[in-house]
Design a protein around this ligand. Sequence first.
Ligand SMILES: Nc1ncnc2c1ncn2[C@@H]1O[C@H](COP(=O)(O)OP(=O)(O)OP(=O)(O)O)[C@@H](O)[C@H]1O
Ligand SMILES: [Mg+2]
Length: 365
Amino acid sequence: MTDGSVHVEFRGVSKRYGETVQAVRQLDLEIMRGEFLTLLGPSGSGKTTALMMLAGFEDATEGEILVDGRRIDNVPANRRGIGMVFQNYALFPHMTVAENLAFPLEVRKLGRGEVADRVRNVLDMVQLPGFGNRRPAQLSGGQQQRIAVARALIFEPKLVLMDEPLGALDKQLREQMQFEIKDIHARLGVTFVYVTHDQTEALTMSDRIAVFSAGRIQQLSTPRELYERPQASFVASFVGENNRMAGTVEAVDADGGLSVRLDDGGGRLGAMSYGRSFPPGARVLLSVRPERIALVQDGASAPNEVAATVLQSVYVGDHLRLIAGAANGQKFIVKLASTPSLPTPEPGAAIRLGWRREDCLALDP
Ligand SMILES: Nc1ncnc2c1ncn2[C@@H]1O[C@H](COP(=O)(O)OP(=O)(O)OP(=O)(O)O)[C@@H](O)[C@H]1O
Ligand SMILES: [Mg+2]
């Protein structure tokens, strides 16, 4: 819940590393008090750099950053009162959970009774009461992550930064933690700035999402606006439903296109890496949007083709939603524009799915 006032402001902030790397370019961004704002974008787009400048671990090359209307350039990181969670939990392995949690408080010279109270409260908050005497190695990945969240919150910061905090967790735990963090945010009412490259995570958790690409914000919107009204093709391709196929790079064309052998005899597809570099032998995840897949008519062909069987066919008003299965077990979601003349493929029908190589994006697995 935001009260409508600006908490954090980036004004024309740029960051260069050396002569060549421009990590953040002319960033203008207002973050509202109490907001859950997510920086979403591909690898190398400048999300961490933006967060590190706000936290005080990197200096801006140009521009200014304001918190509560005051420039913070000259305030050292440990005086900014900002809670942080990093991707690698960064718990101290030789300390117990309770000692890890107490650390930010001892730095701030709180009394022993107060420290013990807060440690207990924050362990309750992340639903790990009684875990104070364990060491990090005696916790699961998800539990360690919750302790890292607890440690960022224990000194009651008004601003909390989280950089890919769930990156190392499996899908189920990730989804559970997404709701737990969202719930903590709602209860505390403080400002969260969250970094992820996972669009589903961003859509699930955020009040607003800033989509980063190459050091710039491409779009700043609510999750709904972002999905319904992408303003750039980059955003459209980054946010939305995807069909994903695992495979191995066989060859790299002169134009950067990849020839990818799908797992489990799924055939070979052409894909684009769009700037990411995948040498032959690299594992990739291919991604194609449901609405970019078409049915290949008899006698026609498509650059990428997969033979499949219709499993389910649902009329959804503006489109027809097909679930189709390939011989290797790969399932596809396909959205076909619904026109009166379109024959409806029935379950059990043999079809060919086709799409362009340009619509087939190669991602890191
Ligand atoms: N200390 C550094 N020295 C030089 N270049 C750096 C440094 N840190 C980051 N960069 C470069 O700055 C750019 C932005 O990096 P940044 O870490 O902010 O990206 P990111 O959006 O967090 O990416 P990821 O999703 O991979 O974490 C990249 O091109 C990166 O290589
Ligand atoms: Mg990063």
